[in-house]
Each structure stands twice: as structure tokens, then as C-alpha cells.
Write a protein that binds this ligand. Structure first.
Ligand code: ISL
Length: 507
């Protein structure tokens, strides 16, 4: 089916923490292949694998030094070919994570670019002279803290980095850069991937005139999208990202993918203009099919009212868009901890997520109800957390290994895992929950199965959304079917529903 992605359920795998087969304490591609039957048993449509490309691992793979190589920690190209073959045998599509906005500073393109001001790749990254007073070219800030500019003594210029200083930003205004990235995407399509998750899709272009960002008016500040200590949240991002030139590039990318039937889920990180971008990127054919959205990835709770508000805003600003929802991922506190959910509550949210209009990304371990790991400073590996500790503890707490069974390290590795396996996770292992008919794991299987039982949940319209106290209600319909969905998102009985009950009625 050509539009398999519409309403698909996608399972995100963080390769470092999924399954180790070599005993080095780090997950690998062979481990993913070994565990694919578990993924298939959930009934999902596809997997998204976080980066496994050659990398110095300063940002654990989101800093790529060779886009066409497999990092030896994760295995070989033969391992990757086997993974794809096995996934396809099991009926799973494979999406890989392309980090095109920036490379590692160890990428040969950057080594060449930084060597002089007049080499063949001099303009492949964003180089700029200081302001006359010697300060950085603009006031732009890095998400991971500090200015977005790093001084380079050899070129006597600054280069742009939206994340770590070791993640220099590629210059998309240069057509050769675009061509090189398109070639690279073709390389992976040739190996059989079904599409891409595109990292930080709205960071590709910067303002070519290098204008300063204005301050963000206080009413637009969203303190919970990043650590409160991070001034990044107090600046408008009018000029450092989300530039209009991106649309033409996305169209080029889509045109190259079209003959291969490949799909894109693009990650839009923009708390000011996110909805407008959602419509521009996915609401117009020929750009990207789906956009990964952040609405359910933050906040202290997820009330019926908030869900209603999210859909009302989307209906108003992005009526033609196709979102891809997630509650957890490798960057944020796991949602059962973020929202302090009981197993019953986690069940209800899983069902509601499956019933809403949009595609869905589940994050490994979510189906087990794993809570966020409570790590000590000594355990931290994430540079973002190390920088902002203790106000922000970083992203390691959601990246600890999967727990498969009751053996050593939950069956993840026979060696010392790169992040500890929390004791509290062990009783929630796949084996333990497989054996228990009433487990959350079995609930996820049933909930995902609803998208097969009721095809309108995949692609039907969503109307009549409202909240009465804690009870969320909406309707999904297409020309075959009409469903009324009601969910009590609270600990007490309400609206004729038991606590955390979700009701689906076929009209
Ligand atoms: O921009 C944001 C909020 O306005 C961020 O949420 C941003 O989109 C997010 O941090 C991007 O994350 C992705 O790219 C990073 C990497 O460290 C993350 O793991 C990845 O998910 C840099 O490549």
C-alpha cells in the first residue's frame, strides 16, 4: 500500500540500548535483528532506528563523521543488510535517522572546510567573520548552551553550530551540499530502506544575511521545552532556523524519493512557529509526509483539556497537516514518570494515542511502562545533561537499556552496560510481561491492534473533540465507519466511565 505511513505505528529503536550481542555493553545492529520478533509481535508497521553511522559519539550518533559507514560499535554493513532483510520478512518497514543539518567536526567535509578559506569545501559549512568588536557574527544561541558560534583559529572565523561545538552546521545555501546529501539518501534507498526520519528538519537553513534574533516576548516563552537555565528559550528564533528556503529543498528531497516510494517523517523543533511549519511542510503535497511533533513530549500532565487545545490549534493553523505523535523518545523524560502515571493511566494514554488522528511513534521500553531511570551524576553520558546538571539531568534517564528477561542486566548485555540497568526495570522485562495476560505489554499489543480492527483510526477524520471535566471525547469517521471515542483521563469515575476507562463505540 502506497500510503502505509498514514496512521502508521512506528517503533523507535535507540541502537545503543536495545540489545548487545558482543558483550561490550553497547547495543548493536545484530542485536536489533535478534529482537525484531518482539517488535513485530506488537503489531507495529515500521521501525525508526536512531543513528548508527560512523561517529565519534559526542552526541551518541547524532554527530556523523561518515554518512555511508556503519560505526564499528554497531557492526558492519552486512549486519545492516541482514537487519533490513529480517525486518522486511516480518512485514516491518525500516526508517533510518538522517542527521543532515550538521555533521561531526570529524567528518572529512569539515576537516577540509576548516583547513583554509579557499578550499573546495570552504563554503560547505556556515563560516562568518566576527562583528567589528570581535564578538560572534550574531546573537544566536546553541540548544546545548552558550553561543551558536565557535571561533576557529586557523580560518580566523567563526562557524555555526546549533548543538555541540563538535556539530558544525552544514551550509544548505550551497547547492553542492544539497547534492551531496541527496546522493547520500540515495545510497541508503539502494540498500532497501523505506524512508527516513529527518533530524531537526527546520534547522537546515539559516538567515543568509546573518541578522540578530530579536528577544522573545515573555508571553511566548515556553519554559518547559528545555532547561529553564537555558537562555535559548528566551530568544526568538526568527533568523537561526525555520527559514523559507527550506521548502524548496524539501521539495527537491521529496522529488528524489518519490520514484522509490520512500517516506519522510521530519522532526520540527520550533516552539514559536511549529504549527505553521507543520502545515507548510506536511499540509502541501510533495514536501514531507509526516512531521514529528512535540505537543505530548513535555508538560507535567496530559489533561483532556490540553489534548482538546492541541487539536483545536492544529485545526485552526494546520488543518491539512499530518502529525506523528509521540509521548516518549530518547530526548525527554519517559512519560510514565513525567506524568506520574499508574499502569492503568499508562494504558489509557496508549489507547487514546492510537485512537487519535495521526501517525504514532512509540519509544522502546514504552510498551513495558519503564519509568525514567534515576541516575547519579557519575553515571551521566549525555553532554547536554553534564552541562546543565542538576537543574536539567540530561537525556540518559530515558536511554538506559531495554530489559528482556530475568538474566544478568535484563538480558541486554553480558558485559557492563554503557548506562546502568535500573533494578526497578527488571520486573517489567519483556519475558515477565509476556507471561502475564493483564500486563501493559499485552495492552499495547491490543491497543495497536485497534488500528487494524478499525481502519478509520488510521486515516479517518477526527471531529467533535471536546472535554467534560476529565472525560475526553471525539469521533473518527470515514465512508466505511464511524466511531465514538470517550476516555476518562482521571483516577475517579466520571461521565459513566470507570477511572481511566476508554470506550470505543461503533455507530
Ligand atoms: O529545537 C528544539 C526545541 O525547540 C529541540 O527540541 C530540538 O528539536 C531537539 O533537541 C533536536 O533533537 C535531535 O537533534 C539533536 C540530537 O541531540 C537529538 O538526540 C535529536 O533527537 C542534535 O542532532
Amino acid at each position: 500500500m502506497n500510503d502505509w505511513w498514514r496512521g502508521a505505528v512506528i517503533y523507535q529503536i535507540y541502537p545503543r540500548s536495545f540489545q548487545d550481542t558482543t558483550g561490550d555493553g553497547i547495543g548493536d545492529l545484530a542485536g536489533i535483528t535478534q529482537r525484531l520478533p518482539h517488535v513485530a509481535s506488537l503489531g507495529v508497521d515500521a521501525i525508526w532506528i536512531s543513528p548508527f553511522f560512523t561517529s565519534p559519539m559526542k552526541d551518541y550518533g547524532y554527530d556523523v563523521s561518515d554518512y555511508r559507514g556503519i560505526d564499528p560499535l554497531f557492526g558492519t554493513m552486512e549486519d545492516f543488510d541482514r537487519l533490513i532483510g529480517r525486518a522486511h520478512e516480518l512485514g516491518l518497514k525500516v526508517l533510518i535517522d538522517l542527521v543532515m543539518s550538521h555533521t561531526s567536526d570529524q567528518h572529512e567535509w569539515f576537516r577540509e572546510s576548516r583547513a583554509s578559506r579557499d578550499n573546495a569545501r570552504a563554503d560547505w559549512y556556515v563560516w562568518a567573520d566576527p562583528k567589528p568588536d570581535g564578538t560572534p557574527p550574531t546573537n544566536w544561541l546553541s540548544i546545548f548552551g552558550g553561543p551558536a558560534w565557535q571561533w576557529d583559529a586557523r580560518r580566523e572565523q567563526y562557524y555555526l553550530h546549533n548543538f555541540l561545538t563538535s556539530q558544525p552546521d552544514l551550509n544548505f545555501h550551497n547547492r553542492e551540499v544539497q547534492d551531496a546529501l541527496l546522493d547520500m539518501a540515495g545510497f541508503w534507498l539502494d540498500r532497501g530502506v523505506d524512508g527516513f526520519r529527518l533530524d531537526t528538519i527546520n534547522f537546515y537553513f539559516h538567515d543568509a544575511r546573518l541578522r540578530d534574533n530579536p528577544p522573545l516576548p515573555p508571553e511566548r516563552r515556553k519554559a518547559d521545552t528545555a532547561p529553564a537555565v537555558n537562555p535559548y528559550n528566551h530568544q526568538s528564533h526568527r533568523y537561526d532556523k525555520s527559514q523559507p528556503e527550506n521548502l524548496a529543498f524539501l521539495e527537491r528531497f521529496a522529488a528524489a524519493l518519490k520514484p522509490r516510494g520512500a517516506v519522510v517523517v521530519g522532526e520540527i523543533g520550533d516552539s514559536e512557529r511549529g504549527l505553521e511549519l507543520l502545515e507548510e511542510y506536511t499540509g502541501v503535497p510533495g514536501r514531507v509526509q509526516m512531521s514529528y511533533v512535540f505537543d505530548f513530549l513535555s508538560g507535567d500532565d496530559l489533561s483532556a483539556d490540553r489534548i482538546v487545545q492541541v487539536f483545536a490549534d492544529m485545526q485552526a493553523v494546520a488543518p491539512n497537516s499530518w502529525p506523528c505523535w509521540a509521548m516518549s523518545n530518547h530526548d525527554v523524560v519517559r512519560h510514565v514518570s513525567r506524568w506520574n502515571l499508574s499502569d492503568e493511566a499508562a494504558r489509557a494514554y496508549a489507547t487514546v494515542l492510537i485512537c487519535m488522528r495521526g501517525s504514532v511513534c512509540l519509544y522502546q521500553g514504552e510498551e513495558l511502562g519503564l519509568p525514567e531511570a534515576d541516575l547519579q551524576f557519575e553515571d551521566l553520558r549525555d553532554p547536554y545533561g553534564i552541562e546543565f546538571w542538576p537543574e536539567f539531568k540530561g537525556r540518559d534517564g530515558c536511554r538506559t537499556p531495554m530489559v528482556w528477561d530475568g538474566s544478568e542486566n535484563g538480558g541486554f548485555s553480558t558485559g557492563k552496560p554503557w548506562l546502568p540497568v535500573p533494578e526497578a526495570h527488571l520486573p517489567r522485562s519483556v519475558a515477565a510481561q509476556d507471561a502475564e495476560a493483564q500486563s501493559l505489554l499485552h495492552h499495547y499489543r491490543r491497543a495497536i491492534g485497534l488500528r487494524r480492527d478499525y481502519p478509520t483510526l488510521r486515516s479517518g477524520s477526527m471531529t467533535g473533540i471536546g472535554a467534560e471535566g476529565a472525560v475526553l471525547s471525539f469521533r473518527r469517521a470515514d465512508d466505511r465507519q464511524s466511531l465514538s471515542i470517550r476516555a476518562n483521563l482521571s483516577d475517579s469515575a466520571a461521565g459513566g466511565l470507570a477511572p481511566w476507562q476508554v470506550q470505543i463505540i461503533e455507530d
